[in-house]
Design a protein around this ligand. Structure first.
Ligand SMILES: NC(=O)c1ccc[n+]([C@@H]2O[C@H](COP(=O)([O-])OP(=O)(O)OC[C@H]3O[C@@H](n4cnc5c(N)ncnc54)[C@H](O)[C@@H]3O)[C@@H](O)[C@H]2O)c1
Length: 313
């Protein structure tokens, strides 16, 4: 018998790659999404097979239990509003989806009697840490309502483990990039730069561009995420999930222009509110407990991502 998993945020960028990996690894997968930013095109491969069921539902729905089957062993909780910018514009909405929604997913997990919940948190919980690279033991300090909502979600994970004995694992993703990442003013830096370069528009770097990002390609992220459910010793732990090295935003812009072969310029705009200056994560713990190191270099991942956008624009 294969394993059964429920993935929230299944139609999103990372969620859809996780769905594909789980199916390839022999899981039967239920994907939940309200399609607010996610797209069914991301799930084309999954829906073509017979190991996947899509449920259009909202994670904040108190009646979500009636929409999913009972025999689920693992929940991968990725659904969220994953934008610092949206959280500055509408903190209450982001709290509702990311904090209350996470509590609702935990209520569901208890009702279903699942074995383990893996929560996709964010490096945004650290704010601007004093010591780099930042380890999982660094105190959290949100710079944006988005960061605060992820800290709240993490605390609910801890509380459910302590109070109800539910197995939980927290993954703090750094900057993830790759195919299927949505492109809008609210998107991640790599997606925005690539799409502007392909459209021959100047790249706008927020502030001086000396802020750094620990970029990790999406296939490495979903491998860590799957292992977080499967490795027994991961229970109760928090893991940074970032790249092997950090890159300055201005250098990301530069690499994108060179790889696309675009003839546009890099311009500087005002610094962004809630923007983290240095995001460098230590991934020692994830490497040792989850037994995996990121395999895809920034340059290779960038080329694959550009190729994908070229095909899908
Ligand atoms: N992309 C990154 O670099 C990054 C970094 C750190 C953390 N994360 C976290 O990883 C997770 C996945 O991020 P992503 O980049 O794939 O974002 P995404 O926006 O592509 O995916 C999120 C998915 O959740 C769905 N969703 C949103 N609200 C929902 C709701 N109320 N009910 C049901 N579905 C809902 C969206 O439609 C979308 O498909 C998020 O929790 C995000 O905060 C992402």
């Amino acid at each position: 018998m294969g394993k059964n998993a429920l993935v929230t945020g299944a139609a999103g960028f990372i969620g859809s790659h996780l769905v594909d990996l789980l199916i390839d690894s022999g899981y039967t997968v239920i994907g939940i999404d309200n399609l607010s930013t996610g797209r069914m095109e991301n799930l084309e491969r999954a829906v073509a097979g017979d190991s996947f069921t899509f449920v259009k539902a909202d994670i904040t729905d108190p009646d979500i239990r009636s929409k999913v089957p009972s025999d689920i062993e693992y929940i991968f909780h990725l659904a969220a509003i994953s934008s610092v910018k949206v959280s500055i514009e509408d903190p209450a909405l982001v709290h509702h989806v990311n904090a209350t929604g996470t509590l609702n997913v935990l209520i569901l997990a208890r009702e279903l009697g699942v074995k383990r919940v893996v929560f996709s948190s964010s490096a945004a919980v650290y704010g601007d840490p004093r010591r780099l690279p930042v380890t999982e033991d660094t105190p959290v300090h949100a710079l944006s309502p988005y960061g605060a909502s992820k800290i709240a979600g993490e605390q609910y994970m801890h509380a459910y483990r302590e109070a109800f004995g539910l197995e939980t694992v927290i993954l703090r993703y750094f900057n993830v990039f790759g195919p299927r990442q949505a492109y809008s003013a609210y998107s991640g830096v790599v997606s925005v730069f690539i799409n502007r370069a392909l459209a021959n528009e100047n790249l706008i770097v927020d502030g001086d561009g000396l802020q750094t990002r620990s970029l990790i390609y999406v296939s490495d992220v979903v491998e860590y995420t799957k292992r977080a459910a499967e490795v027994p010793e991961a229970n109760g732990q928090v893991f940074n999930v970032g790249g092997n090295k950090d890159i300055r935003v201005v250098d990301i812009a530069d690499r994108v222009l060179v790889t696309v072969g675009a003839d546009c310029k890099i311009r500087h705009g005002p610094p962004r509110v809630g923007d983290v200056k240095k995001s460098i994560g230590s991934i020692k713990r994830a490497k040792s407990v989850l037994g995996y190191s990121p395999k895809v270099s920034f340059d290779k991942g960038l080329q694959w991502t550009i190729d994908w956008y070229r095909e899908h624009m």
